[in-house]
Design a protein around this ligand. Structure first.
Ligand SMILES: Cc1cc2nc3c(=O)[nH]c(=O)nc-3n(C[C@H](O)[C@H](O)[C@H](O)COP(=O)(O)OP(=O)(O)OC[C@H]3O[C@@H](n4cnc5c(N)ncnc54)[C@H](O)[C@@H]3O)c2cc1C
Length: 270
């Protein structure tokens, strides 16, 4: 959408091909917007509790997750309204609905139609990349496509991957009341950033009660009664152990979730 608007402003004749009914992509519906909304609420709850612990504010101890979820949905709806077709068509950008397939350097097929252009910008986004865990397909799990649909707070949540997206959601859910465990393959968090950043975030998350299993590779998942049991290979010790610790709460149909923002580039954060 940004590329289409920019090209239109530069005077190009622009078409925008989208396979979904609604414009907006990952950021609006499965990424930035729902996550930042959840994080914003979680931060407010965290600050309120901090003030309460200092005797400045009186608050009831419980938290109702449904209004948190509703707030997130309403923010997504509001942003989504900004991305309606007319915003683009009113500027003369032609919208073509359907999945595009390249027929040549200057031609796309979209359904029965063919679309010609001098140049194409490919901005087809990403899909969650699932890690090669034995048994993953047989257990319930969440990705960024489904985690924001949760209408109930998961009592226990396991996050696979200590990158920025996994960690921001881990912190938000912990602040809202889930017991969160993060499993990271490498021996530090935020492996793509400066080591100092990982250390700072590690200290902050630990202080808030997030359990961190660093240097740990999850190799298998299976249902064990009402829980999900993961097998971790502890690289540091070269041993394999089975753990039911980072598993589902009995009441929850979902315990662990896996998320990736950049599967299309092969850069998995799960
Ligand atoms: C949980 C989470 C939180 C995030 N938070 C942030 C954040 O705070 N800040 C930030 O900058 N980024 C954030 N990101 C990353 C951000 O969401 C992505 O970088 C961004 O959405 C990528 O935009 P895009 O247009 O490239 O792809 P997308 O938003 O995925 O859009 C691609 C579009 O292409 C369509 N499409 C795909 N294939 C075809 C085809 N063959 N024909 C026609 N249409 C097709 C899809 O339907 C989709 O609508 C977050 C991501 C996640 C998962």
């Amino acid at each position: 959408m940004a590329a289409a608007l920019a090209a239109q402003q530069e005077g190009a004749r622009v078409g925008l091909v989208e396979q979904e009914e609604r414009l907006g992509g990952d950021c609006t519906y499965y990424g930035c917007v729902p996550s930042k909304s959840l994080i914003d609420t979680a931060k407010a709850v965290f600050e309120a509790r901090r003030l309460a612990s200092e005797g400045i504010l009186e608050i009831a101890p419980g938290l109702a997750y449904r209004p948190v979820h509703e707030r997130q949905r309403s923010i997504v709806r509001e942003i989504g309204r900004d991305e309606r077709d007319e915003r683009f068509t009113s500027l003369g950008i032609e919208l073509v609905r359907g999945a595009a397939v390249f027929l040549g350097a200057h031609e796309l097929q979209v359904g029965d139609a063919s679309v010609h252009a001098d140049r194409f910008v490919i901005a087809t986004g990403s899909e969650p990349a699932l890690p090669p865990l034995e048994g993953l397909d047989a257990v319930p799990y969440l990705t960024n496509r489904t985690v924001f649909d949760l209408a109930e707070l998961p009592p226990r949540l396991l996050v696979l991957g200590g990158g920025s997206i996994g960690l921001e959601l881990a912190q938000a859910f912990q602040r809202l009341g889930s017991r969160v465990t993060v499993v990271e393959l490498l021996d530090r968090l935020l492996p793509h950033d400066e080591p100092e950043a990982g250390t700072l975030v590690e200290q902050a998350l630990k202080a808030e009660g997030v359990e961190l299993l660093l240097g740990s590779r999850v190799i298998a998942a299976q249902e064990a009664g009402n829980e999900i049991e993961l097998t971790l290979e502890h690289e540091r010790y070269g041993a394999t152990r089975s753990s039911s610790r980072p598993a589902a709460a009995p009441q929850s149909p979902v315990s662990g979730w896996t998320i990736s923002a950049s599967s299309s580039s092969g850069d998995t954060s799960v």
